[in-house]
Write a protein that binds this ligand. Structure first.
Ligand SMILES: Cc1ncc(COP(=O)(O)O)c(C=O)c1O
Length: 376
């Protein structure tokens, strides 16, 4: 069905098309100068020391787990209200995900108090997901991590340029991962970025990205190197230069795109705020954020009712989504036997409304009016 108002639309124009075309015409399409330029943009815009481009956020998260040294026998605490990649990455290195609950419908991020409860002598790290681009309670989480000697990975793929106390999300923990999947704030189809301030982690990430090889094809082709050694286990996590060229154009547009999204969010808050039966998470947030999505949670409700309400919005031509089905309920994770009441409530009662820079005030009002009618 073609929706009257889709959940998301690509902020693409001839600039992305031109960047891809020019890269193809340049004769170098695999990882090369465009990736290097994109990494430098991240370093400059995030005020971070190192950036390593990746095939996607999943490979960046896998790399995070490797450079943090997680392995068999280790436990890593993560949320369940996330996309499976935030938890699967722990399994890729043979460690065990331990799910912590979220704070609740008003704050969909991981609960520091539950992190603390889930710590055992085997715990080695915490993966934080900044839901919808809103910062998790990093002061408390970093304090817990310091006290227990744990590594902190930020899955910041919802929050490019989001801030926490003036610092960019992704620069607070040991290392972080971003996604350029098509529906993200920076879209290239597939793509991702690993960032860190830790020199050793960055060097390892660069090796992991390309089979553990000490030089890349571009360095050899351009005469900067003739040989390579393979010094560790690695993968092919490289992003090609066609996508990197698109990402550069997307990143140039990002600050303006996020300003427009903030206006859309404010209109939603004005129209939906205070509506009985609808909670708007992070309503009190004062930080600059990416507004990757606009989540809402029904109060005093259940899954069957949520699905009926979504169906009514669908019938009116409004596309919605659910962020997220709880990961711990998927059959592959069932053995973990996690008890996460807040996560389960939100997973059953969340409705994500359309969010993108080009959403007009009239469209936003139509969504809000339709939603208010649909919950009656
Ligand atoms: C929170 C979160 N983490 C990780 C990922 C994985 O990103 P990618 O598709 O770039 O691997 C996603 C993608 O939707 C996500 O939403």
């Amino acid at each position: 069905m073609a929706y009257k108002i889709p959940l998301f639309n690509l902020n693409f124009d001839e600039r992305e098309a031109r960047a891809a075309y020019d890269t193809i015409k340049s004769g170098w399409i695999s990882t090369g100068p465009k990736n290097a330029a994109l990494e430098q943009m991240f370093i400059d815009m995030w005020h971070v020391q190192y950036a390593v481009s990746m095939t996607n956020c999943t490979s960046a998260l896998h790399t995070c787990c490797m450079v943090c040294g997680f392995g068999p026998g280790d436990e890593v605490i993560c949320p369940s209200l996330t996309f499976a990649a935030s938890c699967n990455c722990i399994r890729y290195v043979g460690a065990t995900p331990v799910f912590a609950d979220i704070i609740g419908p008003e704050d969909l991020n991981i609960d520091p108090a539950d992190i603390e409860r889930k710590i055992t002598p085997r715990t080695k790290g915490i993966i934080v997901v900044h839901m919808a681009g809103f910062p998790a309670r990093m002061d408390e989480i970093l304090e817990i991590a310091r006290r227990h000697g744990l590594k902190v990975i930020e899955d910041a793929c919802h929050g490019p340029l989001s801030e926490y106390g003036g610092r960019k999300l992704g620069t607070l923990g040991d290392c972080a991962a971003f996604s350029f999947f098509s529906n993200k704030n920076i879209s290239t189809g597939e793509g991702g970025m690993f960032i860190t301030d830790n020199e050793e982690m960055a060097a390892k990430a660069r090796l992991i990205r390309s089979h553990g090889m000490t030089t890349m094809s571009y360095q050899r082709a351009s005469g900067h190197a003739t040989e390579y050694d393979i010094t560790c286990m690695g993968y092919n996590f490289r992003m090609d230069d066609i996508r990197a060229a698109i990402a550069i154009e997307q990143l140039k547009k990002l600050p303006e795109d996020l300003q427009a999204r903030a206006i859309v969010r404010q209109r939603y808050l004005d129209r939906l705020g205070g509506t009985e039966g609808i909670v708007i998470p992070f309503a009190g947030n004062n930080e600059f954020v990416s507004n990757y999505i606009f989540p809402t949670v029904l109060s005093g409700s259940d899954r069957a009712r949520r699905d009926v309400i979504r169906e009514r919005l669908h019938a009116a031509g409004i596309q919605t989504s659910v962020h997220y089905p709880a990961v711990h309920r998927f059959s592959t994770f069932r053995d973990c036997k996690a008890v996460l009441p807040q996560t389960e409530y939100v997973a059953d009662n969340e409705i994500t409304l359309p969010m993108y820079a080009a959403l007009t005030p009239e469209q936003t009002d139509f969504i809000c009016d339709t939603y208010k009618t649909a919950i009656q």
